[in-house]
Ligand binder design. Sequence first.
Ligand code: SAH
Ligand code: AVI
Length: 332
Amino acid sequence: MASDISSLLTEDRPSTSAANRARRAAEVASFAEAVLDGLARRPRSIPSRFLYDAAGSALFEEITKLKEYYPTRTETKMLETFGAEIAEHVGHAVILVEFGSGSSRKTSLLIDGLPGLDTYIPIDVSEDFLVEAAKRLSRKHPGLTVRPLVGDFTRTRTLIGAPRGAKLGFFSGSTIGNLTQEEAKTFLENAARLLGQGSTFLVGVDLKKSLNVLIPAYDDEDGVTAAFSLNLLSRINRELDGDFDTTTFAHVALYNADKGRIEIYLKSLIDQKVHVLGRSFSFAKGEHIHTENSHKYSVSEFQDLARSSGWMPVTAWTDEDDLFSLHLLRLA
Ligand code: SAH
Ligand code: AVI
C-alpha cells in the first residue's frame, strides 16, 4: 500500500479549516472552564491534560531524556527486549490504536515487529505535536496508513475511518497513571468498547518503588519538570489573558503513600492576587494548585484493575530492576 497520512481527524468529522477553527475554539473554551472552575474550588486543581500544549509536549520530551526520569528509557528497552514475545501474542493485529501517543517514538519499535499492521491511529490532545509525530512516523513506515485523531482519549467513542480488522491498543509511558484509579477503570471499560471483541491491549505501567528513585524523577536537578509544571501557568497567560508571575510559584512533587501516587502542585511563594479572563483569584503564601497525579502500581494491583474493567491479563513483563511493567491484556 502507498504511504498515506490522512489529514487530521476529529472524532466525528474530517478536518476542514472551519472545523479546525471550531475545534481550537472549543479546546480554548474547555481550558477556560477547567481553569476558572479549578481555581475557584478548594483544593484548587486543574486536570493534567492541560499541561500539554505545544510547549508542554516539547518540555515533556526533554523530561524523557533526563537521567532521573527512568520510565521512558526503561520501557523503550523492554519493547526492544520483549518485542518478539509481544509480537507472538499480537501478531494478528491489523489496526494499532495509541492513546496519548506523544512523539510516537516507542511505537516505531512495536510497529517494526508487526508486519501485518495496516493502519495506525494515534490519539492525542496536543494537536501540533500529534501532526508532526504522525508525519515523522509515516515517513519511517511507508507501508502504513496513519490516521491521527486529535482529542481527549477519555472521551473517544468512535474511530472514524478505521478499516475492519483486529485492533491492538497501546497506552505507553504509564500515562494511565495520570488517571485516578476510578478514572482508569472507566477509561479501560471505554477502551474495551472502542477496540472491540478479539482485541488486545499493551499498557505500560510504572511500578511502586523507593522514594530515592521516585522523587527525583518528578523533581529533577535541572528543573525541567518544574518548567513543565509552570508552563501550565504560562499557558493560562497566553490563552486566557492571565497575569500569573511564574517566578512566584514553585513546583512541588511528593509521594502520597495512601494513594500510591506522586502528586504535583504549584505552590504560591507569596500572598498575591492573579487575574484570568477578568476574574480575580487570591493566593495566600503556601496555597497551592494540584496539577497532576502519577499513580504507581504493583503488577497484581494493575492486573486486578484490568480484570475489574473487563480485560483479561495475558502476560506482564518487568525489567530487571523492577522499575516498570508492560501488561498485555485481551478481551474475551
Ligand atoms: N506515550 C508517550 C507520551 C506520554 S506523555 C510516551 O510514553 O512517551 C502523555 C501524552 O498523552 C501527551 O502527548 C499528552 O498530550 C497526551 N494526553 C494526556 N492526557 C490526554 C487526554 N486526556 N487525551 C488525549 N491525550 C492526552
Ligand atoms: C505522561 N506521564 C506518564 C508522565 C508521568 O510520569 O506521570 C508525566 C510527567 N509529569 C512529570 N513528569 C512526567
